[in-house]
Design a protein around this ligand. Structure first.
Ligand code: ADP
Length: 247
């Protein structure tokens, strides 16, 4: 196994206290990492740092082929190359409301990656098919259910063919009956061998799909390991208390 992500010494504050307070972790190629922890503990900031949506004050992160020393000097071009290594799936999918599903999916491949439009569209149709939305390419996001919109959000990230997918609470904005269809898509991507980092409150999903769980509290990784360890046999009182509150 090779490490696809390697992060050391991550620190970030938004003014008040630290949000990331010295975080080190690694992600193996082809593995799924679930990031769990209380609200406000820094999970989303950590994930956004991996795509340079938030910029840490200090720390070094390598994602696939690109490394940024956030405490040192880096250019916009460095950040763009770093960002292109990963695809980000937002909690609220962030689809363009005035573009059709297919237009949403091909925007990045055509405009950013300069791929041929025909090829990008064929790819998009195939990917939409694979998540059960083969017939919805010409619909507008508002014509879809929340679960369908989020499946498009995932396809949009996948269409960029990044080395790693970053998913920020991908089901937390959904009605409970729509959660399953989105988790199914994520499980399928895991089975295909995608490397993923998922911030999630779905502990049962984390147990089933992840290879590594990071439990974050107060901007530090309190506990990490296989789900059978962290979720089923937590060693720290803070992990136990967090998991107890969820059940
Ligand atoms: P989590 O994902 O674990 O809920 P976040 O990473 O979203 O936690 O947030 C951690 C802390 O950082 C919270 O207190 C939040 O209010 C703060 N925070 C996050 N983003 C910003 C921002 N852009 N500006 C100011 N504070 C922020």
């Amino acid at each position: 196994m090779t490490e696809l992500i390697h992060a050391t010494g991550l620190r970030k504050s938004f003014g008040a206290g630290p949000v990331l307070d010295g975080i080190d972790f690694a992600v193996e190629s082809g593995s799924v990492t679930a990031v769990i922890g209380p609200s406000g503990s820094g999970k989303t900031t950590l994930l956004r740092s991996l795509n340079a949506l938030d910029l840490p004050d200090a720390g070094v992160i390598r994602v696939a082929d690109e490394t940024v020393d956030f405490g040192g000097a880096y250019s916009k071009a460095d950040l763009a190359r770093y960002r292109s290594q990963s695809g980000f799936v937002f909690q609220n999918h962030n689809l363009f409301p005035h573009k059709t599903v297919i237009e949403n999916v091909v925007e990045g491949p055509i405009v950013v990656q300069k791929r041929p439009a025909d090829e990008a569209r064929a790819d998009a149709r195939r990917l939409l098919e694979s998540v059960g939305l083969g017939d919805r390419g010409d619909a507008y996001p508002s014509e879809l259910s929340g679960g369908q919109q989020q499946r498009v959000g995932i396809v949009r990230a996948v269409a960029l063919k990044p080395k790693v997918l970053l998913l920020d609470e991908p089901t937390s904005a959904l009605d409970p009956e729509l959660v399953g269809e989105v988790l199914r898509v994520i499980k399928d991507l895991a089975a295909e061998g995608w490397t993923m980092v998922v911030v999630t409150h779905e502990i049962e999903f984390a147990r089933q799909v992840s290879d590594q769980v990071l439990f974050i509290d107060g901007g530090v990784i309190v506990e990490r390991g296989a789900p059978t360890a962290v979720i089923d046999h937590p060693q720290h009182e803070r992990t136990t208390a967090f998991l107890r509150r969820l059940t």
